[in-house]
Write a protein that binds this ligand. Sequence first.
Ligand SMILES: C[S@@+](CC[C@H](N)C(=O)[O-])C[C@H]1O[C@@H](n2cnc3c(N)ncnc32)[C@H](O)[C@@H]1O
Length: 452
Amino acid sequence: MLYAFILGRVYTLALAELLHVFDNMQISWQIMACSPEVVVIKTEQTLNAQALQARLGGIIKIIRLFDTFQKKGKEYPSQVLTNYFSFKKTKDYLSDYSGKKQFGVSIYSLDPTIRFREESQRIAFFIKKILQDQELSVRAVIPQFPDQALSSVQVNENQLLQKGAEIVVISGTQRLFVGKTLCVQNYEDYGRRDYQRPARDEINGMIPPKVAQNMINLAVQLKPLDYILDPFCGSGTILQEAILMGYRAIGSDIEQKAVENSEKNLEWFRNRYSVPPNRYKLFKSHAGEISLMIPNYKVAAIVTEGTLGPIYTKLPKKIEAQKNFKQLAKLYEQVFLEFQKFLSPKSKVVICLPAYKTGIGYDFMPNLDFATKNGYTILDPLPIDLTKKYKFLKVTDRKSIIYDRRDQVVAREIFIFQYKASKQETVIEGTNVSETESEEKAQNPKSKAQII
Ligand SMILES: C[S@@+](CC[C@H](N)C(=O)[O-])C[C@H]1O[C@@H](n2cnc3c(N)ncnc32)[C@H](O)[C@@H]1O
């Protein structure tokens, strides 16, 4: 079976998360094609798309692909599909909604240097005509800008999945896939999980719930009810996402105020999302002494946004940045040594460290000796053959993935450490076969849909 996954803005993190979740759920996968906006995957299993969508912070849409066409070269998708959408075929794509049907058409390119301008409009027009010729009244929704796809907001607001379908065409130079969207990211709910929480800490910052989810998913081989520890829990974002995903969470922070914020937020969250009781514990503790607080808990993984040091609105001077890194390295040395007291071999520590955006790149913590000298190995977040093949994937030389936003000076550098790895393990085990179609991403989430 073929599925496509539309990758979020930080596409390397989204892909790493997806493949880790597949491995954790023992879903076989083979990559058939990949670009910064979409990955096409072949699997033996029928996927529960709704359940997968809910746990993948980095995935915008999940699409079931029904047909594949070999292309000879430069034909436009509309040329390839001229005879494909018969009346019967089109009806098979649409839901059985009894009112006026609505469908949308989105095109994704496997080679973002090639944009298919106005192709979604062309395809939507001919599908609409086929349906109207058979006296079926329909409304077609197309992206406002000629070479873009419909956003998840547009799919939702137009109720396309309930009232008809979002028909998706994914085209490269050698192949074209066609299918329909099964589900889209619940952007409203992510907003609630972020902004409706009763307690916020704008000074230390809070990790976006999607990124918290990405990081939890990178700590593979977790079972329901396993304990996840966040020893720098702040307002409790990682803890809330962990309990929503069916794990148990232990949070601690050096600041009493942060523990109280987490308490308030988790109480609100537990009621709002009907999480069973006793799924989390909170402590006030220095992270370097956390073992004293948790003698009776078996921690399966540590997922944390460690303190990032001072938050800047302007790039700090080199000397100041170095001073911060030195202090943090000292703290993390103490903390990683502390983790040894209770982590079992092979447990993961998924952590973000600060990196300063310099305008031409990043100023990173100079070394990771605090972990690597103390029995921790850094794992590749993606299989090496994949990052070699798809050069647009952004895994740094030191095996991290950067999550940042344009307006931020302090970026998050995400690492997967493994305690006492027996050898350098390849965490992810699928295979990839594909065509080489790639390069830059061009997407504007703010665009509006158009009705024709
Ligand atoms: C970046 S914030 C974490 C925010 C959290 N991820 C959230 O979404 O709310 C870092 C937290 O680390 C805490 N912290 C700083 N140094 C600490 C230490 N030595 N031990 C434990 N917590 C510490 C701070 O009080 C702060 O709440």
